[in-house]
Design a protein around this ligand. Structure first.
Ligand code: NCD
Length: 317
């Protein structure tokens, strides 16, 4: 595959969130990603679109999938990739987020991929630097590339997004994945259900235009896609759930509850999974239902597509 360079459909400087993106922009990124899925299955995956460019992964929160896939994406497009480890940087010495960003900016990176525990931190940083910024997850706000890879996974399996019923289950309150998915699925004409205990609903959940259920079996009835979310205890101050055992009993996905959804409903999870808490371990590994590893595979292609699309607006392509 050769680099597209033809990114007139996508003229953003940064990728900070799905909110405000049009169906055309989302469709454009998904189409571009499809090409990169094919490339990633070839023996020779290397392209030169970003040759000479520098990508810095700046992660203030832990990550396995997202950081690795941005690194692979950058390298496969020919960029030089630097991973900033917060533990060994001056951030530990008290340097602020903005100071760190300005310091890195002075070294002329072309793309900063940023993850931070505060909602809004990545938007703030994007105002201060003159390179492209990609939000790799900010607090419980947005995680746009995750929603894109989820959409690509669904679209490749079902051929469409429009008209599908997608259930987002569990800790929606703390989930940036859920928030980005709600915006994306709404833009693409899918129906969204939230299935969660009242304590784990986002405040004013109705404003997302979703259907809300407090019973797993009722909520899963007729669903095409069942997206499980991790119980994000690191974002909880106080007690949101009685015990993890009880949580699994009521809110954990197992084969018996899944039987309420459509017979061919797909099971998704952004990872990392808490096996036996939000999802039954055997079901997570059941490749006839679970597309969790597809999500990981397609994540690399989506991140390549995002880098490709942003490069055109930032001086390449
Ligand atoms: C998600 C995240 O970090 O928001 N993980 C990911 O990016 N694959 C979900 C989570 O942490 O539960």
């Amino acid at each position: 595959m050769t680099s597209t360079g033809s990114n007139r459909e996508f003229s953003r400087r940064h990728l900070l969130g799905i909110a405000g993106m049009s169906a055309e922009e989302i469709g454009f990124l998904l189409d571009l990603s499809d090409g990169y899925v094919d490339l990633n299955r070839e023996a020779d995956k290397k392209q030169s679109l970003l040759h000479g460019r520098t990508l810095i992964n700046l992660f203030f929160e832990n990550s396995t999938r997202t950081r690795t896939s941005f690194e692979l994406a950058g390298k496969r497009l020919g960029a030089d990739v630097i991973n900033m480890s917060v533990g060994s940087s001056s951030i530990k010495k008290g340097e602020t987020l903005i100071d760190t960003a300005m310091t890195l900016n002075a070294m002329h990176p072309d793309v900063l991929v940023v993850r931070h525990s505060d909602s809004g931190a990545v938007n703030l940083l994007a105002e201060k630097v003159n390179c492209a910024v990609i939000n790799a997850g900010d607090g419980s706000h947005e995680h746009p590339t995750q929603a894109l890879l989820d959409a690509l996974t669904i679209r490749r399996r079902r051929g469409k997004l429009q008209g599908l019923t997608v259930a987002l289950c569990g800790d929606v309150r703390h989930s940036r994945v859920a928030r980005s998915n709600m915006y994306l699925l709404d833009a693409m004409g899918a129906r969204v259900r939230i299935i969660a205990p009242p304590t784990l609903l986002p405040t004013a959940a109705e404003r997302f235009g979703v259907e809300i259920f407090h019973d797993m079996r009722a909520g899963l009835e007729g669903c095409d896609i069942v997206m499980m979310l991790r119980l994000q205890t690191e974002r909880m101050q106080g007690s949101y759930v009685p015990s993890t055992r009880e949580y699994f009993h009521f809110w954990g996905l197992d084969a018996e509850k899944l039987a309420c959804a459509k017979p061919d409903a797909l099971v998704m999870h952004p990872g990392p999974m808490n096996r036996g808490i939000e999802i039954d371990s055997e079901l997570a590994d059941d490749l006839t239902r679970s597309v969790i590893l597809d999500q990981v595979e397609l994540g690399v292609a989506v991140r390549m597509a995002c880098l490709d699309a942003l490069a055109a607006h930032n001086g390449a392509g």
